[in-house]
Design a protein around this ligand. Structure first.
Ligand SMILES: Nc1nc2c(ncn2[C@@H]2O[C@H](COP(=O)(O)OP(=O)(O)O)[C@@H](O)[C@H]2O)c(=O)[nH]1
Ligand SMILES: [Mg+2]
Length: 442
């Protein structure tokens, strides 16, 4: 099967790129250009015709990448055409008429590259991240993953585990062979190094994930204090409904922001008050949940006394900035809040918001202090490393030679999770390692 898709962005553009990958690529070029194949990897100007007639569709640059030296590893081509809806549609229509050609699914080119081992799972994820990147640090992090630095680290751990596992497998499969008797003890030394490196990696305050997904800030507070107004101010548009009617915001509204190059996701939430309304009650529950998950809370109040006790009990005040809005009204700040040093602002008159922003930036800088040595960028990585570490912990609990089989199984499972991390799970590899290192047939 041959796949094709518009690889450049949707909408009007000077040039659009349609990519084709698969065994029919050669036929596609011949059918649409009605000429011989261009020289591989050389941009070649060609007229593009309708496949069943000689109607000219467009003129553009064709690049022919014979496999396996292509992004997907298969035969591939790129058609650089004029980026109008009509041209793109006409070419896609014609491609659909060629036998064994179909529109690619989302990410299918990269998936094919993965299957053909042009890239590993981490690199595929990195490419996805690079395409989705909105800020400088997201771009840099994605490039770091693509460069394979993280893969190298994971693979080197995995190789140590595999090598040690090979000793175990050999001992189990060939009990009479002359192998070191004290395998369990020797292996523990090696494994301890890997285990402590994994644990160090896990202890990273989730910086990589935050870079990828954004630093989470939840705006919380009683009803009608100006939470939605604040969100709108930050996003420079009317994302949330602002109204003097209390209880307007019920769902969580999220916007993606770029503050000083740092990716931020800001959440506006339902105002917290005692409510009998079922939907509002659900909204309040969601708001408190958001506050728990968030990296930072902005707690907004107005110059009015409120009972804070029920409000604060579910919140982590250490990760909260206190704000009293509506300072333009010239009213006294609630005394109950004095101890939290709230920042007085007015969203309406844009007073003192820079002070709030600098507080936010301070928090961002603390969070993103170690951006250079982040290794984990997704929950998936974290889960696999945690599982791996947990099996290594189990391995360390095995004390005697009688536990040999069980210890081997712990090691096998730990290795497997590292394999799943980089997208490599292969029994042959373990066998290969045995025979390379031990020359058992000797
Ligand atoms: N005087 C004054 N009113 C404000 C300010 N910020 C918001 N408001 C008003 O307060 C009301 C509630 O605002 P809203 O953003 O919907 O509050 P929320 O319920 O906390 O989301 C609206 O009528 C806003 O116009 C402010 O800085 N000063
Ligand atoms: Mg609101």
């Amino acid at each position: 099967m041959t796949i094709y898709a518009l690889s450049s962005g949707a909408g009007l553009s000077g040039i659009a790129v349609i990519r084709i990958s698969g065994s029919e690529t050669e036929k596609v070029i011949l059918t649409l250009t009605k000429k011989v194949l261009p020289t591989p990897r050389v941009a070649t100007l060609r007229k593009i015709f309708s496949c069943k007639s000689n109607d000219l569709i467009d003129e553009g640059i064709i690049i022919w990448f014979p496999g396996p030296n292509s992004y997907t590893g298969e035969d591939m081509a790129e058609f650089h055409i004029h980026g109008s809806k009509a041209v793109i549609q006409a070419i896609l229509d014609n491609l659909s008429k060629i036998e064994n050609c179909r529109l690619a699914e989302a990410g299918e080119f990269t998936k094919t590259a993965l299957y053909n081992e042009k890239i590993n799972l981490l690199k595929a994820e990195g490419i996805g991240d690079l395409i989705a990147s909105e800020t400088e640090i997201q771009r840099k992090q994605a490039l770091k993953i693509i460069s394979g630095k993280n893969s190298y680290k994971f693979n080197s751990w995995r190789e140590i585990l595999l090598k040690n596992l090979a000793n175990f497998e050999a001992k189990i499969d060939f009990p009479d062979e002359d192998l070191p008797i004290d395998i369990l003890k020797n292996t523990k030394k090696d494994i301890d190094v890997v285990r402590s490196e994994i644990k160090k990696t896990l202890n990273d305050s989730k910086v990589g994930e935050r870079i990828r997904e954004g630093f989470k800030i939840a705006i919380l507070g009683p009803t009608n204090v100006g939470k939605s107004s604040l969100l709108n101010y930050f996003s420079n548009r009317e994302v949330a409904i602002v109204s003097e009617i209390a209880g307007t915001t019920r769902d969580v509204i999220e916007v993606h922001l770029n503050i000083d190059g740092f990716p931020v996701v800001m959440f506006d939430t339902a105002g917290i008050r005692k409510s009998e309304d079922e939907i509002e009650k659900k909204g309040i529950k969601l708001a408190l949940k958001k506050a728990q998950d968030a990296d930072l809370n902005i707690l907004v109040f107005e110059p009015k006394s409120v009972d804070f006790s029920h409000f604060f009990k579910d919140l982590d005040l250490k990760k909260s900035i206190f704000v009293v809005n509506k300072s333009d009204l010239d009213l006294k700040k609630p005394e109950e809040l004095e101890q939290y040093n709230p920042i007085s602002i007015s969203v309406k008159n844009e007073i003192n918001i820079d002070q709030l922003i600098s507080q936010i930036k301070k928090n961002l800088k603390i969070k993103f202090v170690n951006i250079e040595d982040t290794t984990i960028t997704r929950e998936r990585h974290r889960q696999q490393l945690m599982q791996c570490a947990s099996y290594l912990d189990d391995f360390f609990k095995k004390e005697s030679e009688n536990d040999f089989d069980k210890a081997a199984e712990d090691l096998r499972l730990a290795t497997r999770h590292l394999g799943m991390l980089v997208g490599k799970v292969d029994v042959e590899e373990i066998l290969g390692s045995i025979f390379n290192d031990f020359c058992i047939g000797k």
